[in-house]
Write a protein that binds this ligand. Structure first.
Ligand SMILES: [Fe+2]
Ligand SMILES: [Fe+2]
Length: 475
């Protein structure tokens, strides 16, 4: 194990005790973090003992220790992947030079902005999910929610460590501001819009962890390539935690679908009204939730043409997804990429400099990855012998950022009139009625091994425990 020190007030593998100034600064931030957690963390959960995994090492195998803990006692700390000896910058204008252990002065402002934007999403999602524990469909799911929440809290720690260590006073101020903004709050909202949306029910939660945590994966992968080595090492370790969040989403949606298909076959119907009366979520409603979460999430990648994206890449701050596996020159000057635009009532492609299109490149990589899981959901429907298939909407559908913002496009990619949009909107995006129906199913089921009617049990439990294991002890 690469030396995580658990006897310190703040568990860490960065020799925190050798840097007294930094240690003091973080120890001052710690009670503010805990008071944020008390105010904005999972509601009514502070006395529960929860079967959580905690990082005890950063080795790829066996970093996770499982045991019952109260969330406020969770050992949030600072864990970086081990340093790679003689790591070189492998893209952009500094390609071939040594990776930076400190931040070059001229890149300070941009790096700060990148770290703050990433850091802001972490507490935001905890805030968005804070009421969900009250309506958990099972004890197993309740535990998974809390696991996701404590790890998002740890991701905030990861970013705040970088801010405190490398940005001095500015960094400490940013660290405070991260605890002050609030998801959805009018006068001090979170930075990115998807993190100001509500996550009011468990179908939204599963869609969020499938689609929006996956945006996290792609952003973190791009930052894991960074020339700024501490950022690369921090985000690499965050990625190992992120995998479970996406598993919660993918398996959660899959279990909802499985249960719906089971009832469809029992009742021999695909009539949404009959299925709703039987207490399960009809597939068209699942499709509308998918359309919403997918479109809101792909906006997170930013404008399709962006000079900032070019700067971040060329200066070595942020790479591409799997930069190291690509076979080009990793400088990208003179190369082009096709992006979409709406012209004369049609979507057309436009060739732009690749460097300016790197947001779009990352978005397209994300789209490929998220489509794969949708196909796995379709396998569940297919296995049940039902002819329905889920589909990710066209990437121009329901966009609010970039050249496609505000253009009305159908899920199959036709530019349409405002009137047509108004006529069909309720078939494409969740309606208030859909949300009210899904909300009506949300009742708390927390006896070990019992599951709400609208969701199938998982195939297996957490850490090879049985499905009816006592994952949460209510005190
Ligand atoms: Fe995260
Ligand atoms: Fe996450």
């Amino acid at each position: 194990m690469s030396g995580i020190n658990y006897s310190d007030k703040i568990p860490n593998n960065v020799n925190l005790s050798e840097d007294r100034t930094l240690q003091r600064a973080l120890e001052q931030w710690q009670p503010n973090y805990l008071s944020w957690w008390n105010d904005m963390g999972p509601e009514g959960s502070h006395t529960h003992d929860i079967y959580l995994r905690t990082a005890i090492s950063v080795d790829p195998q066996g970093w996770a220790h499982f045991g019952h803990v109260k969330m406020p006692d969770y050992r949030w700390g600072i864990f970086l992947n081990p340093a790679e000896a003689n790591r070189k910058i492998h893209f952009g204008d500094h390609k071939g030079e040594d990776a930076w252990q400190d931040i070059p002065g001229e890149y300070r402002a941009n790096l700060r902005r990148i770290i703050v934007t990433q850091g802001d999403t972490e507490p935001a999602s905890v805030e968005q999910q804070r009421h969900l524990g009250l309506t958990a469909p099972s004890m197993y799911d309740l535990r998974n929610l809390f696991q996701v929440n404590v790890e998002e809290g740890r991701h905030l720690w990861a970013m705040v460590y970088l801010l405190h260590k490398y940005f001095g006073r500015d960094g400490r101020e940013e660290g405070e501001a991260l605890l002050e903004r609030r998801s959805g709050q009018q006068d001090n909202p979170r930075i990115l819009q998807a993190f100001n949306e509500q996550t009011p029910d468990w179908l939204s939660f599963f869609m969020f962890t499938y689609f929006t945590d996956r945006d996290g994966k792609f952003q973190l992968c791009a930052l894991a390539e960074s020339a700024f080595d501490p950022l690369a090492r921090t985000t690499k370790f965050m990625l190992t935690e992120e995998a479970h969040h996406m598993f919660v989403g993918e398996s959660g949606v899959s279990r909802v679908i499985q249960r719906t298909c089971q009832v469809m076959n029992e009742l021999k119907t695909d009539d949404p009204a009959k299925l709703r009366a039987a207490g399960v979520i009809d597939l068209p409603t699942i499709q509308r939730y998918l359309n919403f979460h997918y479109s809101v999430t792909i906006d997170l990648f930013g404008a399709d043409e962006s000079s900032n994206a070019a700067t971040f890449y060329s200066t070595g701050l942020k790479g591409r997804y799997e930069e190291g596996k690509r076979m080009d020159d990793h400088v990208l000057k003179g190369q082009t990429y096709r992006i979409l635009q709406a012209q004369n009532g049609q979507l057309t492609e436009k060739e732009v400099p690749m460097l300016n299109a790197l947001n779009e490149v990352l978005r397209d990589d994300y789209i490929k990855d998220s489509m794969a899981g949708v196909e796995r959901w379709n396998k569940v429907i297919e296995k049940a012998g039902i002819p329905f298939r889920l589909k990710v909407p066209h990437k121009a559908f329901h966009r609010n950022i970039g050249a496609l913002a505000g253009v009305k496009v159908s899920p199959d990619g036709r530019v349409i009139s405002d009137a047509e949009w108004r006529d069909f909107r309720d078939q494409w995006l969740p309606t208030e009625g859909d949300r009210a129906f899904v909300a009506s199913l949300m009742g708390r089921v927390v006896e070990p091994g019992k599951f709400a009617n609208w969701i199938a049990p998982p195939v297996m439990g957490i850490n090879r425990q049985p499905v009816d294991f006592e994952y949460v002890r209510f005190n």
